[in-house]
Each structure stands twice: as C-alpha cells, then as structure tokens.
Write a protein that binds this ligand. Sequence first.
Ligand code: GRF
Length: 203
Amino acid sequence: MINLCVLASGRGSNFQAIMERIQSGYLNLVRPALLISDTGAAPALRIAQSYGIETLFVDPKAFSDHDAYDSYLADEIQKKDVDLIALAGYMRIVRKPMVERFENRIMNIHPALLPAFPGLNAQRQALEYGVKLAGCTVHFVDEGMDTGPIILQAVVPVLQDDTEQSLSARILMEEHRIYSEAIKLFSENRLELHGRKVRIKHG
Ligand code: GRF
C-alpha cells in the first residue's frame, strides 16, 4: 500500500474523483493519509472530512516566506509516512523544500496539453489561441511552473461554439480519469524515469 497526501486549494473535484476510485477498489493499493489546503474555505477540506480523512489547513499568512511554508508542509507530510503527494487544484508553486524532500513523488494535474498553455486559465488560453485539440496532463512536479516529466495526457476536441466553461467541463472529465490512472501506475511501481521521459512498465 502507498500513503497518499493530496494538496488542494479549492473545489476538490479531482480529489473527489480519486476518493471514489479508492472506494470502488480501482485504486486498491492507495491509502488516503492526509488532505492539506492553503485555503480555509476550500470545499476540498469538507470533502476530506466527509470521508473521515485527516485534514490540515495551513495558512500561508502565518509564515515569513514561501520556503518556510513549504518546509513546514514537508515536515507534516513526512510525519504521515507519505509515499505520493498529488496536487489537485493546488494554487501555489511547490518550492525546493518540498521538491527536494519528495523527489519524483509529487504529481500535478494541469488542464492543457503541456508544454502548451502552462500557468493559470489554461483552458481559456487554449480557446483564445484557436487550437482544435485540447486536453490535460499529469506530470511529476519539479521547481518550474508545469514543467516536470509527463506521465499521462488525454486529448479532447475543441468545438466551434465552445465557451471556457464547456471546454473546461470536457477536459475535467478526462482529468478525473487520467489522474487516478497515473496514481494507480505509481502505486503499482510501474513508472520509470529516464531523464525527463517517463516509461510505463507493463503490468
Ligand atoms: C483542475 O482543472 C486542475 O487541472 C487545475 O485546477 C483545477 C482544479 O479543479 N490544476 P478541482 O479543484 O480538482 O475541482
């Protein structure tokens, strides 16, 4: 079994999707150990509580700087013997104290086909650029913004009359699917890093 810690700032639909797949037995090797949020009002906190998962709200305002915040998070996460950290709508950049302590053990989901459209409002960026295909990416986290090794991607069409909302909803369905798939591969020890390339070992 692996212990999973999820970091979320908001709505928590990716976290919810992971929880549903843990409960259904798809993620049979994953134990949800901790949900951390940087936002006291995050619905993700309430979702975790409804599943009886330990939660932690860590207020960035209580720390002198970003590195101090991330050192504190890393200590709290280590206490729980965490094997994998999943960022799920976590709105802060993860800094050195976290990335070094959990090298290749932090994943993120991004609502674009990286390396296109990193950063905020990725779906809007894609729509405004006029791409015909959009999608999402699960990647390992390094110190850059959405730059780490790519684990899985999924593609969706961009339709002529799409709005940011309709495109985001189509992408979100795929996010929910591939995030759990990536976590499952990790839990089965099937992800192998070669430089920035992620090889998936056969099960
Ligand atoms: C998702 O679109 C995710 O890709 C991005 O932030 C959003 C979070 O949504 N990083 P939710 O909180 O998981 O519902």
